[in-house]
Design a protein around this ligand. Structure first.
Ligand code: G3I
Length: 346
């Protein structure tokens, strides 16, 4: 029996889950309805072009998720492509969609060493000019979205995998204590938004997650306005032990911080076995990550880095096809979707 789900053809109605051949259909709760009962926000990163051009993308996103993150539209290079020019159109459209569908928004990301515009040239701008540019960028963007952002990834990926500070344009411009400054700037512009630190390869226990813990502990102890940590959870290989992820979330919670899984995807290109076996393994990992988040009260949101295999960053970077998300390229739910639904419905 093939569970054919009438996604995207029912105009966003709740009729889904028709069993092929039986003609029966029943209303099934959506992921966001199930997640709400568990006190969890469940979401996805949003591709601005797909949102603008694909009805089934919009219908699936608005029906299944309660929080979203602009994948690229709020990044420095996307909002300030030229010096003194603000281009918020794509981000505004995503935020408007969230508002129309009762979804919260994660702002991503204010201070990062990537996705920077070409005019931001260290050889042409002094350290003081770069500091002023960054402060104006944060003030302008956070003020523009004031009151519409649930949480900002203020700083993204400030640490190397060995736990040492990443030598970035911003650390060079403002000095090693730049994080305290940029969190204060963000808080001044929107005192209501939760301010997060976001990173990858720091989900379990180890030298990098210890460094994240020490970093945010130090900021908290100094009274810097920081409210949470984002665990990106890009699982391109075997995941960390779930017990380690739980322990990491627990120790961050003990600091009074909220934790979000911010960029979950589960690559299958390096998995062994048949396609069906890979999809089953992928579903098991989605299940385990969700169960781990649900086991920790401080884990308030689980956001995937996209939701359909039609729009994922991984093949562009690995130059190899992949299917890391919970809907396939035709927006049909995969075993991973069913696994997420089953865990939420428990
Ligand atoms: O929009 C332009 C297009 O006009 C141009 O023709 C094309 C070719 O140059 O580039 C397009 O921009 C690309 C953009 O994605 C939209 O597709 C950028 O080159 C490309 O660098 C950008 O990649 C994004 C990457 O962050 C860098 O910003 C990925 O989509 C995005 O998934 C990825 O997401 C990051 C998170 O922000 C932080 N954590 C890691 C995660 C994966 O790298």
């Amino acid at each position: 029996m093939i569970l054919a789900v009438l996604l995207g053809v029912s105009g966003g109605s709740e009729v889904r889950g028709a069993d092929a051949g039986k003609g029966k259909s029943k209303v099934e709760p959506t992921l966001r309805e199930l997640a709400k009962k568990r006190g969890l926000l469940i979401g996805a990163a949003v591709d601005a072009t797909a949102l603008r051009t694909e009805a089934v993308y919009r219908e699936t996103l608005g029906r299944e998720f309660s929080i979203l993150t602009p994948e690229n539209a709020m990044k420095f290079g996307d909002v300030h492509p030229e010096r003194g020019l603000d281009t918020f159109e794509d981000a505004d459209a995503i935020v408007a969609f969230a508002g129309a569908h009762g979804m919260k928004v994660r702002g991503h990301t204010l201070v990062w060493h990537l996705a920077l515009p070409k005019w931001l040239d260290e050889t042409k701008l002094s350290r003081a000019e770069l500091a002023a540019v960054l402060q104006e960028h944060i003030r302008t963007e956070v003020t523009h979205f004031r009151g519409k952002i649930y949480a900002w990834d203020v700083v993204n990926e400030a640490l190397e995998d060995d736990g040492t500070p990443r030598d970035t344009i911003w650390r060079r411009a403002l000095g090693p204590d730049y994080l305290a400054e940029v969190y204060r700037w963000a808080h001044e512009a929107d005192p209501e938004a939760k301010l997060f630190y976001n990173d990858y390869n720091a989900e379990g226990l180890g030298v990098k997650s210890d460094a994240v813990y020490a970093l945010v502990k130090g900021l908290k102890e100094r009274g810097v306005p920081i409210d949470g940590v984002g665990l990106q959870m890009h699982l391109l290989g075997p995941p960390p032990p779930m017990a380690d992820i739980a322990a990491n979330i627990k120790r961050l919670a003990a600091l009074g911080l909220e934790v979000h899984v911010t960029e979950l995807d589960v690559a299958i290109q390096d998995m062994k076995g048949t396609e069906a076996e890979k999809l089953a393994e992928q579903a098991k990992i989605y299940r385990q990550v969700l169960e781990t988040c649900l086991s920790q009260p401080a884990c308030k949101a689980l956001v995937m880095w996209g939701f359909t295999d039609a729009h994922t960053w991984i093949p562009e970077v690995t130059e190899h096809p992949d299917a890391p998300l919970i809907f396939d390229e035709a927006y049909r739910p995969k075993p991973a979707y069913q696994a997420v639904r089953e865990v939420l419905a428990e």
